[in-house]
Structures are given as C-alpha cells and as structure tokens.
Design a protein around this ligand. Structure first.
Ligand SMILES: [Zn+2]
Length: 249
C-alpha cells in the first residue's frame, strides 16, 4: 500500500482539525479500533464510541465517512488512519484469498448469515430504478443537507462509475453541470467531476470523450476539469486534438 505523505499532510490540514487528530490518536492508543481492513484503496473499520461505528476512509484523499453523529472526517476516521499508519491492519485481499479456499456451501452459509443478520435482502434482489435515476435523486438532495454531497461521492465511487453505461456517465456529467446545488469553486465539486472524468477518459471511447468535451464547453465554470483531461488525452495525437477542438473555437 502506498503511503503518500504530502497528500496526508494536506489532508490533515484541510479536513482534520488538531483536536480531531489528537482524539483519533487517543482512540487508537486505547484500542478502540476494533477492526481495520485495507481493501482497494480504502480503509474499512469498526471503531468504538457511543456505539460501534462503521467507518471508511478513502486513501486517495483521506476523507472519512462514519456512522457516528459527526458523519465525516471525525475522530473515528482519524483513529483508522492512525491504525493504518501504524501498519495495524488486515489486508482485504488476504481475506478474499481465504474465501477462495472455501467450498461453495461454506461461502453460501457465510452469505446467508450476513444477509439475515443485517437484513440485506434489498442489496441482492434485482432493482427496478436505474443507477442514473438513483444518482440524480441523491444530487437533488444536496441543497437540503450539504452532507449529501458525501453520499453522492460514495455513490459515484462505490457503485456508479463501475457500473454505468457511457451514456449514463455523460448524462450525470451534464446534470452536474446544470445543477445549482454545488458551488463552483468547491473542492468537492472538483473531486466529483475529476472522478467522472477519470472514468470517462480511461474507458477510451472517442465518441464518449468528444461528447464529454462538448458538455464541458456548455458548463465551463463547473466542468473545466474535463478540459485538462481532454488536452492530456490528445496531446499525443495532434490531428485528433485539432479536429475536435476546432468545432468549439
Ligand atoms: Zn465517527
């Protein structure tokens, strides 16, 4: 697991106050981190507080989501970071490697126990509404409670980006451009557009990229990140680059 100290320092400065860091460290030292698993660039954990909280920290920017009343970037999230920095974590891949060694029946039994215990039937049954509709609904909730932007971000990262069709990526991008819910200069908006752009460009579909570029021209103030991706993408092939950009001069 890579450890990005500069990014970490920045995360400390911007999202965790000194007080939170101090409390998080105390939580860690007092063994209140009950489980810490690193899996696909995220730290997952259970941290004891008023309750046993579910906490997830994104290793890209060290932002944390938590089931505690504080909800994000809290002392529980920091306590997990502290466990991670002290190399006190379990590798999630290892857990899956162990599962691979089990029989289908054993795995099914584990699955059944989890579904029944946590009432997760909804998660495994086929859904009617599309992913895009779900995303748009969360986007609309942002003006009511600003923290919904974090819900939106995890929805994007955990479900939408992996599963959305190209058209759906573009449609959500356009909705974000139109939306008046997110401030233009916010870092959160940047992160959201950046993760969408990253997905669009890494799919390497020229038609989708062209459309994304067109959309970004309509909503320059919000979607300027797409420009950066676009010019990087075509910096190797000048021909394509000029073909596409001419239309927007
Ligand atoms: Zn918390």
């Amino acid at each position: 697991m890579k450890y990005k100290s500069s990014c970490l320092e920045k995360a400390f400065e911007t999202i965790y106050s000194e007080k939170i860091i101090e409390r998080g460290k105390t939580y860690y030292k007092n063994n209140l981190v009950k489980c810490c698993v690193v899996f696909k660039n995220k730290i997952y954990g259970k941290v004891v507080g008023g309750d046993l909280y579910n906490t997830v920290v994104d290793l890209e920017d060290y932002s944390g989501l938590c089931s505690c009343p504080y909800e994000y970037n809290c002392k529980h999230a920091y306590a997990l970071i502290e466990a991670y920095l002290n190399k006190n974590y379990i590798d999630g891949d290892e857990i899956f490697n162990n599962l691979r060694k089990m029989s289908k029946e054993e795995i099914l039994k584990i699955l059944e126990d989890i579904i029944v215990k946590y009432n997760m039937w909804y998660e495994i049954i086929p859904k009617k509404g599309s992913l895009l509709e779900e995303g748009l609904s969360i986007l609309k909730l942002i003006p009511y409670e600003e923290k919904n932007i974090y819900t939106f971000k995890s929805f994007l990262e955990n479900r939408f980006l992996k599963n959305a069709k190209n058209e759906e990526l573009l449609e959500l991008l356009e909705e974000i451009g139109k939306s008046e819910y997110i401030e233009e200069d916010s870092e959160r908006l940047y992160n959201i557009v950046d993760s969408l752009a990253n997905e669009i460009f890494s799919r390497n579909n020229k038609n989708t990229i062209k459309k994304a570029f067109e959309i970004s021209k309509k909503y320059k103030d919000k979607l300027w990140v797409i420009d950066d991706y676009y010019y990087d993408y075509y910096s190797d092939s000048e021909e394509d680059y000029y073909d596409y950009s001419k239309e927007f001069l």
